[in-house]
Design a protein around this ligand. Structure first.
Ligand SMILES: Cc1cc2nc3c(=O)[nH]c(=O)nc-3n(C[C@H](O)[C@H](O)[C@H](O)COP(=O)(O)OP(=O)(O)OC[C@H]3O[C@@H](n4cnc5c(N)ncnc54)[C@H](O)[C@@H]3O)c2cc1C
Length: 267
């Protein structure tokens, strides 16, 4: 089986700076990590590989040169190959442009790695938080998709995905090729081994720049090709105050809450 995992490098802390002119995130110089939900997607792929060791896991990230560190982390954990998608004209892309470029990159990488049976993404990136890129990739590639995956198991010609739902989990069968986005499961992803870490540090990660996509529709990429217009960004003022309810039991806490809401004429 051939699995591609989309990985975004995100700021490690709350040190997110915003360019006041373009209203976009400034990522250069900010400590970064692999988006945690992408770690769950990678772990889901690794678990499939545990069952079928001939499975190949390829990771791809679109971002600046420093995103190679995130890719190396994925190589150290479970990935076999990594590709960076990076170019001046890709900067300023919103989710639609990002997913368009990634879908073109996926087709390009397939020329080397072979057709991907499944494309795994995180449910959302913890900085952008839109949860749009995975489903958009599925649309660009005309693939079926399952979102909010907790785990996936390879079955004949497809996957069985355990999907988190509001009223419990569902098991959904999906045919290859498909896109699955993953949310936080009850288990933790595996850690890298020293041996894999050393190999990852030595790994050459190819960069796909603009020249790799001579046929790309330039009206769909970058800031100019992005239909999202950020009108204003601001940090919301937090109101001080609040009441902490710390009763012995849930029933007592609910009773206290009811009294307080009644006193405030809310109920
Ligand atoms: C007008 C505008 C301009 C922007 N300019 C820039 C800019 O210059 N530079 C910049 O970095 N961002 C920029 N952004 C933010 C950028 O559009 C988003 O970070 C990006 O599209 C992903 O959206 P998200 O973070 O909401 O991801 P989600 O949709 O929440 O991510 C879901 C999943 O998709 C995959 N994924 C998402 N992004 C990537 C990626 N880059 N590579 C691989 N996999 C990915 C991951 O698996 C992730 O878990 C801009 C946004 C807007 C609206």
């Amino acid at each position: 089986m051939n699995i591609l995992v989309c990985v975004k490098q995100v700021p490690d802390t709350t040190m997110i700076k915003i360019d006041p002119v373009t209203n976009t995130l400034i990522r250069d110089g900010v400590p970064s990590v692999v988006n945690p939900f992408d770690g769950y997607a990678l772990e889901a792929a690794a678990r499939i590989k545990d069952q079928a060791p001939d499975t190949k896991i390829v990771v791809v990230s679109m971002g600046p040169e420093q995103a190679k560190n995130a890719l190396k982390e994925c190589l150290a954990i479970a990935a076999d190959k990594a590709y960076l998608v990076s170019g001046q004209t890709f900067g300023g892309s919103d989710t639609l442009a990002t997913s368009y470029i990634l879908s073109r990159a996926i087709r390009k990488i397939e020329e080397v790695e072979g057709r991907f049976d499944a494309i795994f993404c995180g449910k959302q990136a913890i900085d952008g938080d839109t949860a749009q890129v995975g489903p958009e990739i599925a649309e660009w590639l005309s693939c079926p998709q399952v979102t909010y995956g907790l785990s996936a198991e390879a079955v004949e010609d497809g996957l069985e995905v355990v999907k988190e739902g509001d009223d419990g989990n569902q098991i959904i069968g999906i045919d290859f090729p498909c896109v699955v986005t993953f949310t936080k499961p009850s288990w933790d992803p595996r850690y890298p081994t020293i041996k894999r870490k050393m190999a990852a540090n030595r790994a050459e990660i190819p960069t796909l720049g603009e020249d790799a996509f001579p046929d790309i529709d330039t009206s769909r990429i970058g800031l100019k090709g992005s239909p999202t217009k950020v009108k204003k960004t601001f940090v919301p003022q937090r109101k001080k105050g609040g009441v902490l309810i710390q009763e012995e039991s849930a029933a007592e806490a609910a009773q206290k809450l009811t009294i307080l809401l009644g006193e405030a004429h809310i109920i």
